[in-house]
Design a protein around this ligand. Structure first.
Ligand SMILES: Nc1ncnc2c1ncn2[C@@H]1O[C@H](COP(=O)(O)OP(=O)(O)O)[C@@H](O)[C@H]1O
Ligand SMILES: [Mg+2]
Length: 374
């Protein structure tokens, strides 16, 4: 017996001004499976999810839930029909408590009033499922972004649904947090839930998926059983064959074979700050990309913030462009040619109430100094 899909799209298309984000996409999701949507940035993964769940309308095609055509005009309608979604952009209320965030919009009530005790204990229970234990009465923004992501996941997991959709839920989680999430997903799958998972981490895809749908340039490239799709083949399907061979040609010819070591542009010696980060040595040369790897809390963000003057170092020496510097503020760093794109981009990287133009002007003006208006 072959089960029939719980959620299905037939010839689904969506165009944004100038972009064919989805082109005649056929997709199916079965009960009791974990199905991963893979594809490069911009392939249309989030758009598919947004159209499925009523965030965006579609131009053509059909969506079926349990065999019946549906057309949700809001995410709430999709939720009411049993589709629970964690969107790529985590939209929680940072000034509310963790518990309120887990239950926002569906607070348990007692005699017509919000039952705060129930909210607290149920939020704790939802987080305990993920092995997270924290003070749920504290406001969400007092926790780091990875913890906030766990809260968003707990929120998504804390309702009964037939379909669970998670768009890149693991982007800022460390390995053990990912493992905990996967344990929960496997349990839910066993209970018959259909899970649609989006990630661009290949290892995670193979760790969790039964089936993989590959998207490329808004089209469905294909649907595969995970255990029958070797990883090299998956990558070539995501990238496209032409691009793949082109890239291989390039990497063969212009590999910048060990260049003679240039003088570093940035050099940190024993730079640290007591209580925040132990001293580190770092050199970055012009034309080089340096990756900082490590677990949550290992000091990657802190290193970047020290280099941008957002934290002040209390030990060590730093040079930028071969001049010794003491960074007292981000402005000092900007003047010496350091730019910073923070981890929490929505909160620290932009002023969302201003236009794109105003945001850029703000940065340019900061570099020029406030006494010389643009
Ligand atoms: N709200 C929007 N308005 C205009 N263009 C969009 C919007 N959302 C997505 N796009 C465009 O649609 C394409 C697919 O994007 P997306 O679905 O976010 O890709 P993915 O999630 O696979 O990275 C991209 O070219 C993107 O720029
Ligand atoms: Mg996306």
């Amino acid at each position: 017996m072959t089960a029939s899909p719980i959620l299905e799209t037939i010839g689904l298309s969506k165009t944004f001004p100038g972009v064919k984000a989805l082109q005649k996409v056929d997709f199916r999701l079965f009960p009791g499976e974990i199905h991963t949507l893979m594809g490069q940035n911009g392939a249309g993964k989030s758009t598919l999810i947004n159209v499925l769940t009523g965030v965006h309308t579609h131009d053509a095609g059909e969506i079926r839930l349990g065999g019946t055509p549906v057309d949700f005009s809001t995410p709430l309608e999709a939720e009411a029909a049993g589709i629970r979604t964690l969107y790529q952009e985590v939209n929680l209320c940072s000034n509310l408590s963790v518990a309120e965030n887990v239950f926002a919009g569906r607070q348990p009530k007692r005699r017509g009033a919000i039952d705060w005790n129930a909210i607290r204990t149920r939020a704790e229970a939802a987080l305990a499922e993920l092995n997270v234990s924290l003070d749920v009465t504290r406001s969400l923004d007092t926790y780091p972004i990875a913890v906030q992501q766990m809260v968003a996941i707990a929120r998504a997991l804390s309702v009964d649904a037939r379909v669970l959709i998670l768009d890149e839920p693991t982007s800022s989680l460390d390995d053990s947090e990912v493992a905990r999430l996967f344990d929960v997903l496997r349990k839910l799958k066993q209970s018959g839930m259909a899970i649609l998972f989006v990630t661009h981490f290949l290892e995670q895809t193979y760790a969790i998926s039964d089936r993989i749908t590959v998207m490329r340039n808004g089209e469905r490239e294909g649907e595969y059983l995970a255990r029958k799709l070797p990883v090299e083949l998956l990558v070539s399907k995501m990238v496209g064959h032409d691009r793949m061979t082109e890239r291989m040609k390039h990497s063969a010819t212009d590999a910048p074979a060990e260049k003679a070591a240039a003088a570093p542009f940035v050099s940190m010696r024993e730079v640290g700050r007591r209580g925040l980060m132990n001293p580190v040595d770092i050199d970055v040369q012009p034309g080089q990309i340096l990756g900082l790897a490590g677990l949550l809390g290992s000091g990657r963000t802190e290193t970047a913030r020290l280099l941008f003057g957002a934290e002040r170092a209390d030990s060590g020496t730093m040079t930028i462009g071969s001049k010794p510097v003491k960074l007292r503020s981000p402005r000092d760093a900007v003047r010496r040619g350091v730019g910073y794109c923070p981890e929490d981009r929505k909160k620290e990287g932009i002023v969302a109430d201003l236009s794109i133009r105003e945001n850029i002007i703000l940065a340019l003006q900061a570099r020029r100094g406030w006494w010389r208006p643009i």
